[in-house]
Design a protein around this ligand. Sequence first.
Ligand SMILES: [Mg+2]
Length: 161
Amino acid sequence: MKIKVVIFDADKTLWDHYNISEFEDPIKIINKNEIEDAKGRKLKVFPDVRETLEELKKKGIILGLATWNYPDKTQKILQILDLYKYFDVIVSRDFPYKFIMINEILSELRNKGIKIKPEETMFIDDRRSHFGNVWLYLGNIKCVEMWKDIKCHSEILHMLD
Ligand SMILES: [Mg+2]
């Protein structure tokens, strides 16, 4: 089954920081892929994230984000890093349950008339512990453990068929 939607986790999957909800204003841009908050906390986007998101968009893949963070922080950080534009659906919640967030993303697409089967959905997260509930409640979603199943983001581009 061809993958139509790719859903990413954010912390430790798109960037090296483990919790962007900690970030305090003002946030300063060091370069395209690096920012620093008021308290000196630093975040670096992983090397091939931007290019991979770009390529996925070019292939017509729908992109989602499912992250355990305060929504306002997620939006702000994504906008500062200029990554906001890539995501069709962003679900950022103050609880850790990824299966609920993925369900929200698929429901939102369904409301727009885009029906996606579990087999057509890929979910990428650095924490494998989420996958059990994703399979239990949502079915056969293709779950990929970042840094274990794949070592860099561009590998996703070869896993779509
Ligand atoms: Mg994570």
